[in-house]
Design a binder for this molecule. Structure first.
Ligand code: IVH
Length: 677
């Protein structure tokens, strides 16, 4: 090889190495070399180019923009959590959303106004102004705690640094979406998969100068804390902040009915490709802020808003194979391995077939030409088969009746419908290696232990190498085994150690959710944590006799029903499960459950409702109690402090029993007085 070819070869190798490290940083959030090693690699490339004109012409480094995002930003707790939105995919979902709102507010055909706004596909950030001066700028982070990225946000010229205006609240928190325009993205593409990744990478640059090189833009869409609160509607808020110099999306509009929602949806869908930013749907928000306050939030998302996603992108491809996957609850899901095809900008090679019934109903077979679709972040799915393209010797697909672990599978009978479930399951729990691995993935996920650097892929890798097989193994990892693995370096190991150490301190409700008991999601985990208060009390479930007594009490909890109780019982009846959980508990410091808002009107009080109210639904009454520090019970016992009796059809038996037990009875009118309504 002549000298020039040798240099080109070295140069290409270094470029490829840089790309690899960028991928670890940007896409996997798992840097494998230190910042200084990264910088020297960049410098070597730069020097090679400087000294060899022919390399400059190859222009390879220009395509690689920016430094890796840093993990070193200061963590700051949000003044108010930054929640996410639930999704709607069709007219029916929107209909459900509107009726749920009406039910919650106990409205009968009352007209509700919605603010319709494009859902910008970027990165959310929040800006805090104290007496009109921008003093803080945070990323969303995990929703509760963000990162201080103020200096980077300040590089966006169009973000006001100082605002003037009459009536300016002394504390003003503006939330918005940071994005990169489509045209700008095409010029800087480099190693980013899409504009959203590029915006995220840019915002997390350590050096704001790097951020300023990437043309970021933003739209303001909402608020966190405002003191004093001066707005009555979302529309009023948007137009006022526009007058203060913020950029708001020009396609925002007030709509009044489901029909108008549909028209607006179709209109924006039809023009979206002409916009200079990616949008993946429209956000619909109840316009009246008082109603928003009444509606409040569930654990992750507001009841007053929804993201109505655009219809799924579709493509045609061929099924190469059908395999089964086992989920953490033992559900067996068939997956079609398809010839890779691009659907809405993403290459798809797997599509879900849902369950056995679905395969039979659609008569889906290996070798079939099928239409697949992908909507938002949802797993792509097979929609239909093109029978005209079917090979005449194709065979009907026979669904396996065994789990990948070899164990038998069966379909349960649904308790409420008394019908056979569509889903086939393996019931071996941790004894099935496939379920055990998925349980681990759940345990480390964001809403559970939230361990950075220990994502699904890493769990797969560590499982195969037998580094982690049970939850407690996470806390006794042999890091020497990882050191020499492809993709792992000193820095990423240090980061992983830190993240694991941090996760050892965990709240009781998060812990209960993490354990992965079927039918115990985040909401139920909170209810249970509120009941047990401490891990010591929760652990009593592991002892057979105690368990029986405790389970009887759980039915009193509003939200916990027979299905949940049976599931807890099943889970705790397995010695293997108990052993695994006890070993895990040994490694942790599990904080006692903190009741939010202890000082509220109903602090340490238990309430129950019977009958319907005129001014509010049962759900609203329940959320009012909880937001004021109280607990709602599902049955009458000595533990009950107050029975609230609505005017509409109260149960006489309940009222009589409450009287017998000397429980305080509050009538509907008094109830409104207590609430200052
Ligand atoms: S309102 C409680 N409005 O979508 C959350 N969000 O999935 C209220 N987003 O994190 C969010 N455009 O980053 C809202 N016009 C818009 C939005 C918008 C984009 C993002 C935002 C949020 C995510 C929710």
């Amino acid at each position: 090889m002549n000298q020039k070819l040798k240099v080109i070869d070295i140069y290409r190798k270094k470029i490829n190495l840089l790309k690899k490290h960028n991928k670890s940083y940007f896409d996997n959030d798992n840097p494998t070399i230190s910042d200084s090693e990264y910088d020297s690699l960049k410098k070597e490339i730069f020097n090679l180019e400087k000294n060899n004109d022919y390399l400059k012409k190859l222009n390879l480094s220009k395509k690689i923009i920016g430094s890796p995002p840093s993990n070193k930003f200061k963590k700051v707790k949000h003044l108010k959590p930054m929640l996410s939105l639930s999704n709607a995919f069709d007219k029916k979902d929107m209909n459900d959303f509107v009726s749920k709102i009406n039910n919650f507010l106990n409205f009968k055909n009352q007209n509700i106004e919605f603010s319709s706004e494009p859902k910008i596909d970027g990165i959310s950030a929040t800006l805090i102004y104290e007496n009109g001066v921008l003093t803080k700028g945070l990323s969303r982070g995990d929703g509760a705690t963000g990162e201080d990225i103020l200096e980077n946000l300040k590089t966006i010229n169009t973000i006001p640094k100082k605002i003037k205006g009459n009536n300016l609240p002394s504390l003003l928190e503006i939330r918005g979406e940071i994005y990169i325009g489509k045209k700008d993205f095409n010029n800087i593409k480099g190693n980013f998969a899409n504009p959203r990744n590029a915006a995220g990478g840019s915002l997390r640059q350590k050096n704001p100068k790097e951020t300023s090189k990437i043309p970021l833009k933003y739209f303001a869409y909402g608020f966190g804390v405002i003191e004093p609160m001066i707005f009555n509607t979302q529309k009023e808020f948007l137009s006022k902040i526009k007058s203060w110099g913020f950029l708001i999306n020009p396609l925002s509009k007030i709509v009044n009915s489901l029909d108008e929602i549909e028209i607006q949806h179709q209109y924006i869908d039809s023009i979206k490709s002409s916009l200079d930013y990616d949008i993946d749907g429209l956000v619909y928000k109840v316009n009246d802020l008082k109603l928003q306050l009444r509606l409040g939030n569930t654990s992750n998302s507001p009841r007053w808003a929804i993201a109505y996603k655009f219809s799924a992108e579709k493509a045609v491809t061929k099924i190469k194979d059908i395999v089964i996957q086992v989920g953490r609850t033992g559900a067996i899901t068939p997956v079609a391995k398809v010839e890779p095809v691009t659907v809405g900008g993403v290459v798809v090679s797997n599509a879900t077939l849902h369950n056995e019934d679905e395969i039979n109903r659609k008569d889906i077979r290996i070798g079939d030409t099928v239409k697949i679709q992908r909507a938002g972040d949802v797993i792509p799915q097979v929609v239909s088969v093109d029978f005209s393209k079917r090979n005449h010797n194709s065979k009907k697909y026979i669904f396996p009746n065994k789990c990948l672990c070899g164990g038998a599978t069966h379909k349960e009978i649904n308790k409420s419908t008394k019908k056979e479930d569509a889903v086939r399951r393996c019931f071996k729990g941790y004894d099935c290696n496939y379920i055990a691995r998925e349980k681990l993935k759940h345990l480390v996920s964001k809403d559970a232990f939230n361990i950075d650097g220990l994502g699904k892929k890493v769990i797969d890798q560590f499982w195969d190498l037998k580094i982690i097989r049970e939850p407690s193994d996470i806390f006794t990892i042999n890091y020497n085994k990882i050191q020499n693995l492809e993709g792992w370096g000193k820095l990423s190991i240090d980061n992983l150690k830190k993240a694991i150490e941090k996760s050892k301190i965990i709240e009781l409700d998060r812990f209960i959710f993490s354990v992965g008991i079927r039918h115990i999601g985040q909401e139920n985990a909170k209810i249970l944590a509120g009941f047990f208060q401490s891990i010591e009390k929760f652990s009593k479930l592991f002892e057979k006799n105690d368990r029986k007594k405790i389970l009887k009490h759980l039915i009193d909890l509003d939200g916990i029903g027979e299905i949940q109780i049976e599931s807890i019982n099943n889970f705790c009846s397995s010695d293997k499960n108990i052993n695994i959980i006890e070993q895990l508990i040994d490694k942790l410091k599990i904080n006692n459950f903190k009741t939010r808002n202890k000082k509220g009107k109903f602090s340490n009080k238990t309430l129950m409702f019977t009958g319907g109210f005129d001014k509010m639904s049962r759900s609203e009454a329940k959320s009012l109690v909880e937001n004021n520090g109280g607990k709602v019970l599902g049955s009458i016992s000595k533990k009950l402090n107050i029975l609230v009796v609505g005017n509409s059809k109260p149960t006489k038996k309940k009222v009589d029993l409450a009287k017998q037990l000397n429980i305080k009875i509050v009538k509907e009118n008094e109830w409104y007085k207590i609430l200052d309504l």
